[in-house]
Design a binder for this molecule. Sequence first.
Ligand SMILES: [Fe+2]
Length: 313
Amino acid sequence: MAGVTGIGYVRYQAPDLDRMETFLSDFGLIRAARTDTALYMRATGSEHHIHITELGEPSRGLGVGLRVDSREDLERIAQQAGVAVVESDEVGGGVRAILTDPNGMRVDIVYGMKTVEPITVRTPLVLNDSQRAPRLGLLQRPTRGASHIARLEHAVLEGPNFEAALEFYCGLLGMEVSDRMYQGDPKNTVVAFLHCGSGQAYTDHHTIAIAKGPAGIHHCALVVLDWDDLMLGHHHLKDRGYSHDWGVGRHIIGSEVFDYWWDPFGNRLEHCVDGDMVNDQHQPDNFPFEDEVLAIWSPPPNPNPAITEVVAA
Ligand SMILES: [Fe+2]
């Protein structure tokens, strides 16, 4: 029996699909499908889509889709949650069970979605360092422009019902705690980083993180091609006049190199690369919730971010 094995997509609601598509394209996603009421964006990998925007107000995060590897796992989770397995009525197809987590987030457990042909991108750059020079006779010439997003890595979900959420993701969906953060008493956990319980197989340090706070999606994180691709995307978004949140830096918990931006509707999205991979040998740590624990190096977060219009055409 296995639980969830990865994150399929994030789902938001926003009042203007054109504006969202323009931003997401500049962020590095590609349109997979568009209906009168929803926008589906893909990465360069084989997932049909990884980001959904439903037309509506108010602007907010609605939930996530989490993958299972078998119909049996889907049936078992659905039965335990007391919901039906249904055919998806969205593009990408497949079957799913639509759950609601203890903080009111929609959590689709999905199986059998269509895959698509990956989009060819340049090979990640090989870097020479002070000890090794594997790049012999090859020049570094990545081209300027938007980042190339390979896949969705994680979503951080906030809500007031922390302990119940932990039981939902670990007990029902089979996830494991990678690391925790606490305030005051070390037993007072306020953030838990969760990886998929995939045994000896390595998986992202966190596919979901849950945090105490007002219910919603704190941010989602998307893996870009390589370090240079993250920096090129940073300058592309800056040139286009979007609101920057925080970065570029390197996290401690999860180790990702990160760069956070705001979409036009107040949702935070993270470009990341070089995150930790863990398996069942990983030993969880417990960190105080302090600024210096959030990054090994980075500039301070931008205060009080404004939501700006796209400057360039
Ligand atoms: Fe993140």
